[in-house]
Design a protein around this ligand. Structure first.
Ligand code: NAD
Length: 328
């Protein structure tokens, strides 16, 4: 760790510049220059520096704003409710700290809805009188890109709801592993650059000026957030069940769990099952299940306080660990 404020200032500036460049490649061009874990390590280093030297904190630091950008030629949409990022942790120990924070904040143990962290990009869907009228990406969290014409071609998104609701839901737009392999094979055959991973393929396919391109790509969604749920819906778990009844594609692996031990079992289960899933996941999300408690806990400028992502170890590192285990 840097010893003096001067040293820390220098290092933080270099880290911010590097992270901003990587974020630009990742979010704006859908073409990451480094693996996520490399980005995550540098990001963590910047956070540590800012925590050790609070004078370094600044609102234009990537740690204080949602990372995406809105510099495509697509029309812009101002989000009525900001689309935030999510805090992340990399160990079960840190999940215990998160749980302690939640318990301390609300004064009693809390139940979590535990969900898979789908490796795609956030999508907002707005309905007026039961009809889909606008779809947008997260962008910088306040302003996203209008992708309404494109999502008309995503088969699992209902164009009309069974009730005349005026409402907004959010979820993840993703490309399944099979569709991703097929798309990259086609691109390779035609001498085009291939996408680095299904997340970037989904983003590149959704953020198209020509909806016919999106139509040719097989995109799917999992809807997991009801921004303004009707009265009577009091938990995240219940919200997802009701969203499924309205015709949204929801992920059925989510579970309401009352203890961290059960959460750890869920993590172990899906760490093993991860490769056999037909879509990519990069972690597990814990959400305080009670919507009233979510309100009470609120958000920071960047992330909701009531949810956290447990990110899986990068596959390369897992391989290295396994190799070492085999040779000792
Ligand atoms: P994030 O992608 O780590 O987590 C937040 C997102 O998770 C949400 O916006 C939502 O879209 C998604 N999500 C998936 N399943 C969900 C569920 N069940 N419930 C709620 N949300 C769910 O955060 P971010 O701010 O979008 O991006 C930061 C991450 O992006 C970094 O941690 C890094 O791994 C990656 N990144 C990589 C590079 C690179 O160069 N490789 C650059 C920038 C960012």
């Amino acid at each position: 760790m840097a010893e003096t404020l001067e040293e820390a200032k220098k290092e933080a500036a270099a880290l911010r510049k590097q992270l901003d460049e990587w974020a630009e490649a990742y979010y704006a061009k859908d073409a990451p220059e480094v693996e996520d874990y490399v980005y995550d390590q540098k990001y963590q280093r910047l956070l540590d520096l800012e925590n050790a030297f609070p004078a370094l904190r600044s609102s234009d630091s990537i740690t204080q704003r949602v990372g995406g950008s809105v510099n495509s030629d697509l029309p812009k949409v101002e989000h009525p409710v900001p689309m935030l990022s999510m805090g992340d942790v990399f160990s079960k120990e840190e999940l215990r700290d998160f749980d302690q924070r939640m318990q301390k904040a609300v004064g009693h143990p809390v139940a979590y809805n535990v969900e898979l962290k789908i490796d795609g990009l956030s999508l907002s869907l707005e309905y007026q009188d039961g009809k889909l009228f606008r779809a947008s990406t997260r962008g910088n969290g306040r302003v996203g890109e209008d992708v309404t014409s494109n999502v008309r071609y995503i088969k699992d998104i209902p164009q009309t709801l069974p009730q005349k609701l005026t409402t907004e839901v959010r979820g993840e737009c993703y490309m399944g592993k099979e569709a991703f392999a097929k798309l990259n094979q086609e691109r390779d055959d035609q001498g085009e650059t291939v996408f680095a991973n299904p997340r970037n393929a989904a983003a590149g396919s959704l953020r198209q000026l020509d909806p016919k391109v999106t139509k040719k790509r097989q995109l799917s969604t999992f809807i997991y957030t009801w921004v303004n749920p009707p009265e009577g819906i009091s938990s995240q778990h219940q919200a997802i069940q009701e969203l499924a009844k309205l015709g949204f594609h929801t992920n059925e692996t989510g579970r309401k769990l009352a203890s961290l031990e059960e959460v750890f079992d869920y993590i172990d289960e899906y760490t093993k099952k991860r490769d056999s899933l037909v879509y990519g996941i990069d972690g597990i999300v814990l959400k305080v299940d009670d919507l009233a408690l979510q309100q009470e806990l609120g958000n920071t400028v960047k992330v909701p306080r009531w949810e956290i992502a447990y990110k899986f170890q990068p596959e390369e590192e897992e391989t290295i660990v396994r190799d070492i285990e085999w040779t000792v």
